[in-house]
Design a protein around this ligand. Structure first.
Ligand code: 13P
Length: 340
């Protein structure tokens, strides 16, 4: 492991107020998003969408790293350049999702354990060869009656830590994603308790597995009320609860923090990130960035509709979301930008 290279990559991923674009939807997830918009669920359509995203003019002004799915990193664009090469040529670092998905956890109804450790060392070496310089693993934690269980938090945290250690051995910066889901009626306070507990558990395991904190990125959820909770806190209340939770549970040494969007609207995700920067300014010990999938891609996908003629307008929408999130990191995002 070259510690300096890992630290440099991690720092570059959160530098200059840029953020990450997660376009690593598995085939079933990508098909689900397409189905919702009446776009054909074909390999050809997935390829066209991903090519549209990575060829968006100016993307590298706001995006430092792109997370790909296995299907994409092995493919070439229409004119023959491999996806990873085209991304690198645009000044963006290619990354790869390496977990193989969340499956039902034995003896724990309603809970999931993320898998993919078997053979991971070899897969990471191959992804490095294909051009990836960082990798992502997502664990999902469900909030509910008596959930999450201790077993679910511990097992997922251990897998995240083993993934992170293997990544660093292979020269890839791990993006450690323990996602506390928004689904449910739980309150913001409950989300804060669960998120803090999960993050403490994750960092205990990262320490046990000897993960270099400076050479990793944390990808957490924001602290939010459940989607169907009757009380929905304001943008400022969410910003305060989120930063308070992270301050308590996340070591200052890590390379950076990049939020997932988790099903929030694109505009709310930007507004909440903005509020964190405005309200906490220089008190943040880590770079506070974004690693959104839906909150960057969804508006553009709605415009695209699978039609070639809509590509330029969809790319403008994608660039716009990336630009709004970069502005949010600077504390310069204002709602009137949404009418531009
Ligand atoms: P969302 O921003 O849509 O939550 O996706 C982030 C991600 O990468 C999930 O693993």
């Amino acid at each position: 492991m070259n510690a300096q290279e890992l630290m440099d990559t991690a720092r570059t991923l959160v530098a200059d107020d840029k953020g990450l674009l997660a376009m690593d939807e598995s085939t079933p997830t990508c098909n689900k998003r397409f189905a919702g918009l009446g776009i054909p669920q074909t390999e050809k359509a997935r390829h066209a969408w991903r090519e549209l995203v990575v060829t968006t003019p100016g993307l590298g002004e706001c995006i430092s790293g792109v997370i790909l799915y296995d299907e994409t990193i092995r493919r070439q664009m229409q004119e023959g350049t491999p996806f990873a090469g085209a991304i690198a040529d645009a000044g963006i670092i290619p990354g790869i999702k390496v977990d193989t998905g969340a499956n039902d956890m034995a003896a724990h109804p309603g809970e999931k354990i993320t898998e993919g450790l078997d053979g991971l060392r070899d897969r990471l070496a191959e992804y490095f060869h294909l051009g990836a310089r960082f990798a992502k693993w997502r664990a999902v934690i469900t909030v509910g009656d008596g959930l999450p269980s201790r077993a679910c938090a511990e097992a997922n945290a251990q897998s995240l830590a083993r993934f992170a250690a293997l990544c660093q051995e292979a020269g890839l910066v791990p993006v450690v994603e323990p996602e506390v889901l928004m689904d449910g009626r739980h309150t913001l306070k409950r989300c804060a308790e669960v998120t803090e507990e999960v993050l403490r558990t994750v960092f205990n395991h990262l320490y046990t597995q000897r993960v270099l904190l400076e050479g990793m990125i944390l990808k957490p959820n924001m602290v939010l009320p459940g989607l169907t909770c009757p009380r929905q806190e304001t943008v400022d209340e969410v910003a305060d609860a989120t930063v308070r939770c992270l301050m308590r549970a996340v070591p200052a040494a890590i390379g950076g923090i990049a939020f997932l969007s988790g099903g929030q609207s694109a505009e709310l995700a930007s507004a909440r990130l903005q509020a964190m920067h405005v309200r906490f300014k220089s008190r943040l010990p880590w770079a506070l960035s974004f690693s959104f999938a839906r909150a960057i891609q969804q508006p553009a996908m709605e415009i695209w509709q699978g039609e070639e003629v809509n590509v330029p307008a969809a790319q403008r929408a994608l660039y716009h979301r990336a630009m709004c999130n970069r502005a949010a990191r600077r504390g310069e995002y204002i709602s009137t930008m949404e009418r531009m």
